[in-house]
Design a protein around this ligand. Structure first.
Ligand code: FPP
Length: 246
């Protein structure tokens, strides 16, 4: 297992959890079994990140495009989600985790929405890691929604065009209260962003690994963070400029 520098942990880790279906197929199992195993990985990674002292963990659990999957898979995923949220509340309380959701919640079934509201309320006062689930989330949709709300505020005279800058625009996104991710992990060998946090990932370090999400464990997590810690983040500047600053 890699040793990590506790002073250089990513403050915000985002994950595209991919490969549940392939994991199942390789074992001649139904796709939903892959998702069930995926939930076990979610539990493990949430606990590890919280123990490490990571401030924000954001997981892409269901995309806007995932609604196009077969109805049976969508309802199985919604059921898994409902059960996961309900069963996780005690653990979130124990670990001082605050739960958060981003995405178009109006699309979610009412019973899932109820569980979400419950988890949000119960964990609202926790001061440890912020666990955000991206549900029914699509980044282009998020940006369009932000533009629409901004335009509404402008028409209503609450803001003028000269006030619009990056900071103001970002305050209309679902992630208004969350810093941009420092590290994005995507599992299963795919090298795409898939409509996830397009605005927020502008300067994020990207890490792709071949293992499917159900097989992603503590060792893989440490390897990804170790890799991140060896990188130099320049935000457009030169290495020399960065060294002079420190
Ligand atoms: C990708 O696997 C994964 C998803 C569609 C969503 C992730 C869902 C879970 C881990 C389970 C539910 C989550 C929570 C938080 C309870 P895929 O089906 O796209 O895999 P494939 O590309 O191999 O088909």
């Amino acid at each position: 297992m890699q040793t990590l520098n506790p002073d250089r942990l990513p403050r915000h880790l985002a994950v595209i959890m991919d490969g549940n279906g392939r994991w199942a197929k390789q074992r001649m199992l139904r796709r939903i079994v892959g998702h069930q195993r995926g939930v076990e990985t979610v539990r493990l990674i949430v606990e590890e990140c919280s123990n490490l002292g990571i401030g924000y963990l954001t997981l892409y659990a269901f995309s806007s495009e995932n609604w196009l999957r077969p109805k049976s898979e969508v309802s199985a995923l919604m059921l898994l989600l409902k059960k996961y949220i309900r069963s996780e509340i005690p653990r979130m309380m124990k670990n001082n985790i605050r739960f958060n959701v981003i995405g178009d919640r109006s699309e979610l079934p009412p019973d899932v929405e109820r569980e979400l509201t419950d988890a949000l309320n119960q964990t609202a006062a926790n001061s440890g890691m912020i666990l955000t689930l991206a549900l029914s989330y699509g980044s282009r949709q998020e940006i369009v929604r932000a533009a629409r709300q901004l335009a509404g505020d402008m028409v209503a005279g609450r803001i003028t065009p000269d006030k619009v800058d990056e900071q103001l625009f970002a305050s209309y996104l679902f992630t208004a209260d969350i810093p941009d991710p420092d590290l994005l992990i995507r599992t299963s060998g795919e090298m795409r962003i898939s409509n996830f946090l397009l605005w927020q990932l502008a300067y994020t370090e990207l890490y792709f690994c071949d293992v499917n999400w159900p097989d992603f464990g503590k060792e893989e997590l440490y390897r990804a963070i170790h890799d991140y810690q060896a990188r130099e983040r320049r935000y457009g500047k030169t290495s020399d400029q960065l060294q002079k600053r420190s």
